[in-house]
Ligand binder design. Structure first.
Ligand code: ADP
Ligand code: MG
Length: 302
């Protein structure tokens, strides 16, 4: 088992560790040379990232650079073909696992475009999701966390987040505004407390109240046990949640890594500087919707 995960079996490895060591161990999500194609077209071309529990990372990059692709691949969307590379959580290769098994290892993805599930109420959805994560061996229809316990927990989280209790009785994502979808994500994060949350934000469509709610709630939720990768163009989200690391992706490659000041610079100046520092990568950018506004961008090869 250990060998399969690429861990050499030193004789000392199986010695019982003391409790303190285990409690202080940080889980690590490691992405190595990840290459992904969609419909035969290479999208991610060797992405490396290492995220430790408790860290805040910002992932930024122009439209079409592969940010959402990375998020979907991490969660196990079947559309994406992994052509090379590895993604592990604490040495376990997650690329071979179903999405629910990944969730049990502590991974959470907030979708950029969440689906509507007619007939399922917010509270029911959350009760099932939490039961699945906390009680991995449960069979369908069994082992749901007790209603009373669940209600209490839900109420306390919703109070903490300043959410209207009626929200839990709404049907999941049905007629939700952009801001309400974000509230739903935050509530899921608060209830599930994943080790690694990937938040793929829409570039627009959120009013400033919604952005403030997400930003402030996130800052309250993030702690030593939760890492967050924020895919965003809203600097406000990062203002309250200052990233230790900022990564810039261009045409499927991470071309720059920095701290919060890099996120600030990109927000201020856009990606022209990044493109000019990496002309050979910028030349690989696809511009299917090239418009006169983009005429100043470096020309892509035909
Ligand atoms: P970002 O989130 O950075 O804007 P995406 O990951 O959504 O970028 O897209 C990266 C590239 O992958 C784009 O060129 C996009 O057109 C392409 N792509 C994504 N999904 C599909 C798909 N289902 N079929 C074909 N191309 C796709
Ligand atoms: Mg996207």
């Amino acid at each position: 088992m250990l060998k399969e995960r690429g861990v050499p079996d030193f004789p000392g490895m199986l010695k019982p560790r003391n409790r303190n060591t285990i409690a202080s161990m940080k889980s690590v999500l490691k992405i190595e040379n990840l290459c992904v194609a969609v419909a035969g077209k290479p999208i991610l071309k060797g992405v490396d990232l290492e995220i430790r529990q408790g860290e805040i990372h910002a992932l930024m990059g122009p439209n079409g650079s592969g940010k959402s692709t990375l998020a979907y691949v991490l969660m196990g969307h079947p559309k994406y073909e992994i052509t090379d590379g590895l993604v592990t959580i604490d040495g376990i290769n997650i690329l071979e696992l179903e999405p629910d098994a990944r969730a049990r290892l502590g991974l959470f993805l907030a979708f950029q475009y969440p689906v509507t599930i007619p007939g399922v109420k917010v509270a029911d959805f959350l009760r099932h999701a939490i039961s699945n994560v906390r009680n991995p061996d449960r069979k369908e229809g069994e082992g749901l966390i007790p209603m009373r316990e669940f209600r209490k927990e839900l109420k306390s989280k919703m109070d903490e987040l300043g959410m209207d209790p009626d929200f839990a009785r709404r049907y999941l994502n049905e007629g939700f505004s952009g801001g309400e979808k974000k509230r739903m994500e935050i509530l899921q994060l608060a209830m599930l407390r994943p080790k690694f949350a990937i938040l793929d934000e829409t570039d627009s469509g959120l009013d400033s109240d919604a952005v403030r709610f997400v930003s402030e709630s996130l800052s309250r939720l993030i702690g030593p046990d939760m890492a967050v990768v924020i895919i965003t163009h809203h600097e406000r989200l990062l203002e309250f949640n200052k990233p230790q690391q900022t990564h810039v992706i261009l045409a499927g490659r991470i071309v720059e890594n920095g701290d919060a000041s890099l996120a600030h610079e990109l927000h201020d100046q856009g990606y022209a500087g990044v493109r000019s520092r990496h002309p050979e990568v910028a030349a690989e950018e696809q511009q299917p919707d090239a418009s006169p506004l983009q005429a100043a961008a470096p020309a892509a090869p035909a």
